[in-house]
Write a protein that binds this ligand. Structure first.
Ligand code: ASP
Length: 335
């Protein structure tokens, strides 16, 4: 037994893979429900309440797993499922439409212990795309599967499959019609909040073992070209987790997050340049993404269990809960 343990330790150190840093009493979860042009003056108080309630529900689902000594990856998955099932967000039910009037969803998930990861892209029959990403991670030798292949495997693994009409919401259909110029721009409050809003969902957690995990799920960008894949399912761009540094989930104009390999860049700035997480986020969002014309934000938990977020859009739906009992839910500006 001792020999097996020694061999295992030797293998791990030879591969230089991130292992659990140390047991942490500082478990925590942070989530986002997308960044964009949301403004308080454009939302009714009922709408604000609805978003805050869905964020809180997702946060609590993830947090209760951490509290009961569950893993960060299960907490991330559970918080994301909750937001995928909520039609308010652009992920799972409520996903935006592409330029053909179809919904194509992307998701990814990653463990900071060992850099294990999984992703799916362009799926539209899997009720919870984040579960398919987890399935790719746990049950295949690949990292990313797209479209038909991802759905065949999901069926084999008995994931909940749905007709694509399940993902329909009138709100997204109105947004699609508007973008297609089929009817005049509306000035109604409920229509305004979706202008320039990306709406992806994401979660990052650190558990009591000190393991970090991150995940992201999205319908992409409204009116995107069929087959377009954004940053959300791309490990290193929209999602990244590494026990040596932090976990990150991004939201925004995905093309810029891919070009800057945003999440991995933040992790590298922490690991190799010694930047603090808030400095690293600022560097990537404001010095790399923004000058190219990109917009959005990122949430982050570092290996000490500290939570950070930053964005260059008007707002970002976001929330966190820490083992200290502290809970914060915010929808708009930096305040
Ligand atoms: N980043 C996502 C994408 O480009 C969109 C979003 O964050 O809302 O697909």
């Amino acid at each position: 037994m001792k020999n097996i343990l020694l061999i295992w330790l030797a293998l791990v150190s030879a591969c230089n893979l991130p292992t659990p840093v140390k047991k942490s009493e500082h478990y925590a979860i942070v989530i986002h429900g997308g960044a964009g042009g949301m403004r308080q003056e454009n939302m009714t108080s009922a709408q604000q309440k609805a978003y805050a309630q869905e964020l809180e529900a997702a946060l609590n689902k993830g947090y209760s797993i951490l509290e009961n000594k569950g893993s960060a990856i299960d907490a991330v998955q559970s918080a994301i499922i909750s937001m995928e099932n909520a039609p308010l967000f652009n992920a799972g039910k409520g996903a935006v439409y592409n330029s053909d009037g179809n919904q194509e969803m992307d998701a990814s998930i990653m463990e900071g212990n060992g850099l294990n990861s999984g992703a799916v892209a362009g799926v539209n029959h899997i009720k919870n795309p984040i579960l398919a990403a987890r399935m790719v991670m746990d049950s295949s030798s690949h990292v990313m599967l797209s479209g038909k292949g991802a759905e065949i495997l999901a069926r084999k693994h008995h994931l909940n499959m749905v007709d694509s009409s399940y993902f329909f919401t009138q709100k997204r259909m109105n947004q699609f019609n508007k973008e297609q110029g089929r009817h005049q721009a509306s000035n109604k409050k409920e229509d305004l909040i979706d202008d320039h809003k990306f709406g992806t969902v994401g979660a990052v957690a650190i558990d009591q073992e000190g393991n970090i995990a991150a995940g992201t799920s999205t319908g992409g960008i409204s009116n995107k070209k069929y087959g377009r894949i954004g940053d959300s399912p791309i490990i290193g761009a929209g999602t990244y987790a590494n026990n040596l540094t932090c976990g990150i989930s991004a939201t925004g104009t995905g093309e810029y997050f891919i070009r800057t390999v945003a999440a991995h860049e933040v992790s590298n700035l922490i690991q190799y340049k010694g930047l603090q997480p808030d400095e690293a986020l600022r560097e990537v969002i404001f010095k790399q993404i923004a000058p190219m014309g990109g917009e959005g934000g990122m949430i982050l938990i570092d290996k000490k269990g500290s939570v950070y977020w930053d964005f260059n859009s008007n707002g970002m739906y976001r929330a966190y809960k820490k083992s200290s009992g502290e809970m914060v839910i915010k929808l708009f500006g930096k305040e």
